[in-house]
Design a protein around this ligand. Structure first.
Ligand SMILES: [Cu+2]
Length: 427
């Protein structure tokens, strides 16, 4: 009887175990946001703490489970059992009890040591990382063109990046390099860092609590309104990494993503220079030029900054180089040819490999985004369905000043096309 039941359970459990084990394939462990595929020292440290815990728990599970199975089999009811009632239970064995308590304390200490050291390690850039990562060690203060890349006062420091959370997108600023709100150079959605260098991250929020998380590079740290949080990160492999806000922050929390572009240190300054360049002027008489006019006429310029052309708006993502980024709208819309992307990932067996921006996909995304944002209404006068529910392009009422009937804004296909063509020129 017992062995038949056991047999049946085994037959049912075997395929289930195989199914669960399939989650341990290389593909499954290296997916875009896997914490089990660390690519930098901070993520590695956190992975190690996790594995220490797993090893301990596996041992405990085997021990407790083993004893249980042993007791079930060894002391199971038998036909030959004496039918007399079971003897009354005693109070227990003090030796075993004290032993178990001591073992539990031991297990907690075993986990606490790596956990506490990891907490300290991740809090601030350790000195040995600073030694190889201070700006002057990899990024010359004066470039080949004779121009100063950063002030003398910061050459002994590591690169610092301000990460600012907003509902529902991240803004990145590089105060040492002049990429700041004040200088009208900010980078939405994509944080760019040099390979193999420690980077200090200052976490700030302009509204509610968010959390900064690039699973392959570093675990989550919260961005708290009115508080200064910090962490450091380092990525040891070049690539395109996926990040996510990891603290519920309202309607579009699930769509609050970001990307982390890890580049060779030598390529970093080209990126900084590109970010500081003003927007290119669209050629007269083109759709793009018409789009630029619309950008002013349709109040877009009230929220969005385009350095060199429109300088009022800092409320929304900076669009000066919008066409150079691989994603839009809190990285929810991907501007790459996704089929080509999947093929590349498969070929290289690496989810961090990335194809460049695809202008056709970017244009489609721009039209989709602008045409269905809160500023836009369909033919029936109702707001069109949002790409990101509740997104702050919704605040049309705020600008509903006399004469600008923004809350009933409607775009013709032609207008959307011109706006998209214009934004496409902003490389
Ligand atoms: Cu958030």
């Amino acid at each position: 009887m017992f062995s038949r039941l056991f047999h049946r359970v085994a037959v049912l459990a075997a395929p289930l175990c195989l199914f669960l084990l399939s989650g341990c394939s290389k593909e499954a462990l290296t997916v875009r946001q896997s914490t089990l595929d660390p690519k930098g020292p901070v993520a590695q440290m956190q992975y190690d703490v996790f594995m220490d815990t797993v090893y301990l728990v596996v041992v405990l599970f085997a021990l407790v489970g083993g004893l249980l199975v042993y007791a079930v089999i060894r002391f199971r009811a038998r036909a030959t059992d004496d039918p007399k009632p079971i003897v009354e239970e005693g109070h227990g064995n003090p030796l075993i009890e004290i032993g178990l308590i001591t073992a539990s304390i031991g297990a907690l200490v075993f986990i606490a040591i790596p956990t506490l050291s990891a907490i300290w390690y991740t809090n601030d850039v350790p000195t040995e990382a600073v030694a190889t990562s201070k700006l002057s060690a990899w990024y010359p203060r004066v470039g080949a063109d004779g121009k100063e890349n950063y002030p003398k006062a910061v050459e002994e420091q590591v690169l610092e990046i301000d990460v600012i959370g907003k509902q529902w997108w991240f803004r990145f600023e590089y105060p040492q390099l002049g990429l700041t709100s004040d200088a009208k150079h900010t980078v939405p959605n994509e944080i760019v860092i040099p390979k193999g260098k420690a980077v200090r991250i200052n976490l700030r929020s302009e509204d509610v609590i968010h959390s900064f998380w690039i699973p392959k590079i570093a675990g989550k740290v919260d961005l708290m309104p009115g508080r200064k949080n910090l962490m450091w990160i380092q990525a040891n492999e070049v690539g395109h990494y996926y990040g996510q806000c990891a603290e519920f922050c309202g309607d579009s929390h699930a769509y609050m993503l970001f990307r982390c572009e890890v580049v060779e240190p030598a390529a970093f300054d080209a990126w900084v220079k590109a970010q500081k360049a003003p927007a290119a002027e669209p050629a007269a008489g083109t759709k793009a030029a018409k789009g630029k006019e619309l950008f002013a006429a349709k109040t877009c310029a009230m929220c969005h900054n385009i350095t060199g052309q429109f300088g009022a708006g800092m409320f929304a993502p900076d669009l000066t180089h919008v066409a150079s980024r691989k994603s839009l709208a809190g990285a929810w819309l991907d501007n790459r040819d996704l089929q080509a992307q999947r093929a590349l990932e498969k070929k290289e067996q690496n989810t961090e490999a990335s194809v460049p921006v695809d202008p056709a996909t970017l244009k489609a995304n721009l039209i989709k985004w602008i045409g269905s944002s809160g500023t836009s209404h369909g033919a029936d006068g109702k707001p069109t369905k949002d790409v990101k529910p509740g997104n702050r392009m919704h605040y049309y009422a705020m600008f509903n000043v006399a004469g600008l009937n923004v809350s009933k804004q409607q775009f013709t296909a032609e207008e959307l096309d011109c706006l998209a063509e214009y934004l496409l020129t902003l490389k």
